[in-house]
Design a binder for this molecule. Structure first.
Ligand SMILES: [Zn+2]
Ligand SMILES: [Zn+2]
Length: 247
């Protein structure tokens, strides 16, 4: 099957004991993208041209800075900075040369340099690469839902999703599925999500109770990491830097 490159990781993510299979995929993807960016591929001309142009977001700069390859990071940042410095020469001189236009000046007119800064902060080679791969995973999710009963079973027995990824499933199902397939999906994931949100809330409540001396000797049950999992359900973000799996 030509889609295998995406179906295998998707199947694996749904088999894993996780609060959101798509967050699992995103976490794996993030590690791969980081390896890719800091690996030898970055020496390739077309990739280097793109990283030079886009740079990285704050989140990925942090990851790159803390990755083991400081030299690779320094070389990449250095060539990106060369590009930015070139842009700055031109843009800052233009800002300096611009004359105030008095009452004719539009109140909300944005300075070209602010626009440049916003574009620079908003662009990120790693985010762009990750989001392209995530698009393919969502595409494959609907493809498998339509074609494989076995995959439907896997979805039915997972622990639901984070809010963001559930919203994406619901939204994309409108354009990617026919009425019957969409209905079957909603009938599966909506009760699943409600049930699992309640479960995590209960686990979190038990986590809180464990701070009360009266419950001190009671067993933790599944609640030891309930706070991480509750935050994950709500925002998905904590899993991106899951401390339990930090090495
Ligand atoms: Zn998620
Ligand atoms: Zn980024």
């Amino acid at each position: 099957m030509k889609e295998q490159i995406y179906t295998i990781p998707l199947n694996e993510a749904f088999e894993k004991d996780s609060e959101c299979p798509f967050c699992e995929l995103q976490k794996k993807l993030e590690a791969e993208v980081l390896d890719y960016v800091l690996g030898p591929s970055y020496m390739e001309e077309d990739i280097r041209t793109e990283t030079n142009k886009l740079g990285f977001c704050r989140y990925h700069y942090d990851k790159i800075f803390n990755a083991k390859n400081r030299l690779g990071a320094a070389l990449m940042v250095s060539t990106h900075m060369l590009k930015v410095n070139g842009d700055l020469e031109k843009l800052l001189d233009e800002e300096k040369a611009e004359k105030p236009r008095g009452f004719l000046k539009k109140k909300n007119a944005e300075s070209p340099f602010l626009k440049y800064s916003e574009e620079l902060q908003g662009g990120c080679y790693a985010c762009k690469r990750e989001s392209g791969r995530m698009d393919s995973y969502f595409y494959t999710f609907f493809y498998l839902w339509k074609t494989e009963e076995e995959f439907r079973q896997k979805v039915a027995s997972c622990k639901g999703f984070c809010i963001e990824h559930l919203a994406r499933i619901i939204d994309e199902s409108r354009s990617r599925l026919g009425a019957a397939d969409r209905q079957a999906l909603l009938d599966t994931v909506i009760p699943l999500q409600k049930e699992n949100m309640k479960r995590v809330k209960e686990e979190l409540d038990w986590f809180v109770k464990k701070f009360d001396y009266r419950f001190h000797d009671e067993p933790w049950g599944n609640s030891k990491d309930a706070l991480e999992r509750a935050i994950l359900k709500l925002s998905g973000t904590l899993l991106r830097s899951d401390p339990r799996e930090a090495e």
